[in-house]
Design a protein around this ligand. Structure first.
Ligand code: TTP
Length: 185
């Protein structure tokens, strides 16, 4: 049985998209970058912690495989998580405006037989955004619950000049990489 240790409806839909039947597990993992921790190490650690926390709930079930994922927006070695308030969202979008940033998505699969991982690294280039455009976007509320305060699958698609990498990875679960991870087990 596959489990997804996530409360994200997007991750659930993405996993369904590639035909992986699964149940979800509620886990609560603190997302705080340690001093000196690289963005890549941080995203990987959080994804692994989510998968391990999920596995702890089903470890007695034979054959249980638990997936955990984390997605962050990275600009100049700074990690943009989810905005807490509108002011955070506005500040993040101003920083992303007219520039290219990275989106890191890491997935871990944890089972009794061991742990495996995969990742996508995507480059996303935003067009220059006016303050009015940012204010109008933030007022829609779409920015909340999203790393970097935007959703490529939503209205923010109108801001994105170029994407190199994994569209599903930017949304939260890189599907090609996840399918390979599960097939290679
Ligand atoms: C950049 C970007 C992020 N996101 C989302 C994906 C993730 O759900 C979220 C990043 O936060 P995460 O901490 O990766 O995930 P989460 O808290 O939503 O879910 P859980 O920890 O329970 O699995 O941002 C989009 O939906 N679209 C985008 O374009």
């Amino acid at each position: 049985m596959f489990y997804l240790a996530s409360q994200s409806p997007r991750r659930r839909q993405l996993l369904e998209q590639i035909g992986i039947d699964h149940r979800t597990l509620d886990v609560d993992v603190e997302e705080v970058r340690a001093a000196g921790e690289s963005p890549d190490d941080y995203v990987s650690r959080v994804a692994r912690d989510k998968a391990r926390a999920g596995f702890a709930l089903v470890r007695n079930e034979a054959g249980a495989i638990v997936l955990g994922a984390d997605t962050e927006v990275v600009l100049d070695d700074e990690v943009f998580g989810k905005p807490a308030v509108e002011a955070d969202a506005i500040a993040m979008l101003r920083r992303l405006s007219g520039r290219e940033h990275r989106v890191l998505s890491v997935v871990w699969a944890v089972a009794g037989s061991g742990e495996t991982t995969t990742r996508s690294i995507s480059l996303v280039r935003f067009a220059p955004l006016t303050d009015d455009a940012i204010a109008a976007y933030v007022a829609t509320g779409e920015c909340f619950g999203k790393a970097g305060a935007y959703a490529i699958q939503g209205r923010a698609a109108a801001f994105i000049e170029n994407l190199t990498g994994s569209y599903s990875g930017v949304m939260g679960l890189p599907l090609f990489e996840t399918a390979r991870l599960l097939a290679d087990r």
